[in-house]
Design a protein around this ligand. Structure first.
Ligand code: SF4
Length: 205
């Protein structure tokens, strides 16, 4: 694996890795285009979308730094700029007045909603896949993400298979969420869940 060059590797594995690299490039391009439209940086847009979709306990500088793999200083500077643009406000936490959460203003909420569709060119062709193809792609991607988490490449995971509320299927029962009290087939498995609570040791699928 030491001299592995997936760009020149014509195996199926090599082509899949090269394809994922292209898709990752497409995400960067689409995010950059959407950011430019609103005179924001890609990180500013990512933070707005994150605040739009996640719950209180995650709206903190330290969590954002981990989420986006940048320093706390970078997040603090970006939040300051967003405050100056009247897109976010810092509110004291109800339980601890020394710490604060970052919330969207009305204007920030509107822009977050408008920018959150930046990846629709990637979403559209996926929506056209058959149900079985979607299921297989999702299952393969989940396995890949779990591996990347276990090897320390991705530090933050919020999906069912790494959640303490997740009960995997056995011979008689389907996968189940004990918090939402519902069965989870492949369509309902969440990859980015607001209610996620991390397991010490992720479950494999
Ligand atoms: S809380 Fe969310 S991530 Fe956890 S098992 Fe339920 S649906 Fe999945």
């Amino acid at each position: 694996m030491e001299d592995f060059q997936f760009y020149s590797d014509q195996t199926t594995e090599g082509k899949i890795v090269a394809s994922l690299e292209r898709i990752s490039q497409a995400f960067r391009v689409l995010l950059w285009k959407k950011s430019k439209e609103f005179s924001l940086t890609p990180l500013q847009v990512q933070i707005l979308i994150f605040l739009f979709t996640q719950n209180e306990e995650k709206k903190k500088v330290s969590y954002l730094a981990k989420e986006f793999n940048v320093t706390k200083a970078t997040i603090s500077d970006t939040v300051k700029t967003l405050e100056q643009k009247h897109l976010v406000v810092k509110d004291n936490e109800a339980t601890d007045s020394r710490s604060f959460v970052i919330n969207l203003t009305e204007k920030g909420n509107k822009i977050a909603g408008q920018t959150s569709s930046f990846a629709k060119e990637i979403y559209s062709p996926i929506a056209e896949l058959s149900r079985d193809d979607k299921k297989n792609v999702l299952s393969s991607l989940i396995k890949l993400i779990i591996h990347l988490n276990k090897t320390g490449v991705i530090s933050v995971l919020r999906m069912c298979t790494t959640c303490s509320y997740y009960r995997p299927s056995d011979d008689e029962k389907k996968d189940h969420c004990t918090l939402l009290k519902r069965d989870l087939d492949h369509v309902h498995i969440r990859v980015d869940c607001r209610e996620h609570k991390m397991l010490d040791f992720p479950t494999t699928v």
